[in-house]
Design a protein around this ligand. Sequence first.
Ligand SMILES: Nc1ncnc2c1ncn2[C@@H]1O[C@H](COP(=O)(O)OP(=O)(O)OP(=O)(O)O)[C@@H](O)[C@H]1O
Ligand SMILES: [Mg+2]
Length: 246
Amino acid sequence: MSRVSIQNITKLYPEGGGVKDFSVDIADGEFFAFLGHSGCGKTTTLRVIAGLETPDSGTVHFDDNDVTTLPPEQRNAAMVFQNYALFPHMNIFDNVAFGLKARKMPKNEIAPRVAEALELVKLDNLEKRRVTELSGGQQQRVALARAIAVHPDILLLDEPLSNLDAELRYSTRTQLAELQQRLGTTAIYVTHDQEEALTLAHRIAVMKDGVCHQIGTPDEILNAPATEFVEQFMARQKTILDSLKE
Ligand SMILES: Nc1ncnc2c1ncn2[C@@H]1O[C@H](COP(=O)(O)OP(=O)(O)OP(=O)(O)O)[C@@H](O)[C@H]1O
Ligand SMILES: [Mg+2]
């Protein structure tokens, strides 16, 4: 469990794109979402929080510790990457156990942790299977299990369900929310899917072209949009949800 405080983060790439002057305080145990179109700077911001990018300016604090220039392995955060980043030469068990072995956890404690994580993502019968023998959706679930297994203080999730079919996406989403609550992990979740952000997150940051337009609860984002962009971006979801109320 950790608070995450981002103050005036700017990270701009020479070719254009990135994130501009972004600030947010994320509470201990909060489920927070970055929501916006492709290319709006969601992954960039997550990579700054993970320590995979150093911002041009601004600071990142986990609780009271300034982690802005700390390498990723010195932050108790785990990231699920948009492109999975699994170890192709290892089987599923070893992929999921990787972070636990790196933390020198005793062998007899590793197996139940791996089993718990694989059960969550419904891959508990495939421990010995190689990563190269899995579908994209299965690989995505291994990546999710690998991050969850270490019980990180902060879970960084970059579109972790985008390759799952609708049914699995829905059930994994529900289980992920339950697990996050049970472990009390602070979760930062990147998505371009309005419905996903609205159903999972306590608060959402709506982004466009590297700029944060609004930070608010699902209710605030839907019913008190701060800018015209937020209103337009949420219009379809608002219509659907309003029609359900009638
Ligand atoms: N390493 C990089 N070098 C140069 N430009 C980059 C780099 N990473 C991202 N960008 C650019 O910065 C912008 C924001 O990229 P980012 O990956 O943060 O977007 P995103 O919101 O995660 O999009 P998507 O939903 O497609 O994953 C894009 O215009 C992208 O081309
Ligand atoms: Mg991205």
